[in-house]
Write a protein that binds this ligand. Structure first.
Ligand SMILES: *Cc1c(COP(=O)(O)O)cnc(C)c1O
Length: 379
């Protein structure tokens, strides 16, 4: 059943129709066409210091990033455990092993102290991790100063999975621009979309050139098809880029709206003890892709399941937070460093409807259901 109030729906109020029509009329619908370069230029201009390459998903952008960082079979890559599987799957595509690290309570992202413990432990086993995958969950920046300090101390590159965090900032700098390579996703449910799509960003032009080559089957610039290495079919197509460009033009408005949604939830649920929001530190500016709450069952008398069920009965979609990857059956033999922070977040958390186009009326409906439930305390 389709929810009357979905978790996150795209808004197409800009030039999406016009640009896709133009792309189709131009006859260029595959991986050449002017919208791809226009999209790349506009994204690079927004990031100021970084160049980018538009790809067909965030997952493929992560995969190519790991190739460019030299990850290969038998290597180890440290990865935040509390995230979507796509942060770690590309490590496995390359025959390498993810080493999962728990989150910390403030940002819900990778804990810098546990990160260092993990590095020391792997070094003691005779293996130096080749990269660190940091995620900015739900748009909230990770503790980048401490993370980058640890990474530098041991000389390990940081790959920023900013799939959920385009437009978020840490100390005034855009998420995705803080590590060696950054990655965005433009999947349909993200804050801006190109249908499906992603981008790889870097200050290093040689990395961008290599990403362009590898994402187009490593086809060399010859009059005939000539290949020196194995590539991938990962480039963004022109129709996606047309949608992406139109969405990028509206990104600031999407962020403004999502932040307003978050602010309203905070105000409307303020009087309910036992409900906590993902905190935004002084150094951080979140795009608030999804507003997420933690429900303390001892105080509220309710579990996240119960609230999720109450919402769904009224046609309102909510979602559990990411189930930590170290608890996923598919990763059950993978090393993990940490305790139970991310598991605790998963067990008590809920993502609320957060669309940029969520109306005031619909948001009040969501809050009313929550308030009504929370008022029937059955402790
Ligand atoms: C969405 C997402 C991805 C993958 O992006 P796709 O474009 O769906 O391939 C990777 N990491 C995180 C944290 C995500 O949320």
């Amino acid at each position: 059943m389709n929810s009357q109030i979905p978790l996150s729906f795209p808004v197409f109020n800009g030039n999406e129709n016009q640009y896709t029509q133009q792309a189709i009329s131009s006859g260029h619908i595959a991986t050449n066409g002017s919208f791809i370069s226009r999209f790349e230029e506009k994204l690079s201009a927004r990031l100021k210091t970084h160049e980018c390459v538009a790809l067909n998903s965030g997952t493929s952008a992560l995969h190519i990033s790991l190739v460019l960082l030299g990850i290969s079979s038998g290597d180890e890559v440290i990865c935040q455990s509390f995230t979507f599987c796509a942060s770690a799957n590309p490590v496995v595509y390359l025959g390498a092993t993810p080493i999962f690290v728990d989150s910390e309570k403030d940002t819900w992202n990778i804990c810098p102290e546990l990160l260092e413990d993990a590095i020391l432990s792997r070094l003691a086993k005779g293996k130096k991790p080749k990269a660190i995958v940091v995620v900015h969950l739900f748009g909230m920046p990770a503790r980048m100063n401490e993370i980058l300090e640890v990474a530098e101390k041991y000389g390990i590159p940081v790959l920023e999975d900013a799939a959920e965090a385009i437009g978020s900032e840490f100390e005034g700098r855009p998420c995705g621009t803080l590590g060696q390579i950054g990655v965005f996703s433009f999947n349909g449910n993200k804050i801006m979309t190109s249908g499906a799509g992603g981008a790889l960003i870097s200050t290093d032009s040689s990395i961008i050139q290599r990403a362009k080559l590898l994402s187009t089957q490593a086809r060399e610039d010859f009059p005939f098809y000539h290949h020196l290495e194995i590539g991938y079919n990962y480039k963004m197509n022109n129709i996606s880029a047309a949608i992406g460009l139109a969405q990028l033009e509206q990104l600031d408005m999407f962020i403004k709206n999502r932040r307003a949604v978050n602010q309203r939830y905070r105000e409307l649920l303020e009087d309910f003890p036992g409900i906590e929001f993902q905190p935004e530190g002084k150094q951080s500016y979140s795009n608030y892709w999804l507003t997420s709450i933690l429900i303390d069952q001892e105080i509220t008398g309710f579990s996240n399941d119960q609230l999720k069920f109450a919402l769904s009965k009224q046609g309102i979609e909510s979602r559990y937070l990411w189930k930590p990857l170290h608890t996923q059956p598919v990763f059950n033999l993978t090393p993990f460093y940490g305790g139970s922070i991310s598991e605790g977040l998963f067990e008590t958390g809920l993502c609320l409807p957060s669309s940029a186009g969520l109306t005031l009326e619909d948001q009040e409906k969501v809050v009313n259901v929550l308030q009504e439930e929370l008022s029937k305390t059955h402790k």
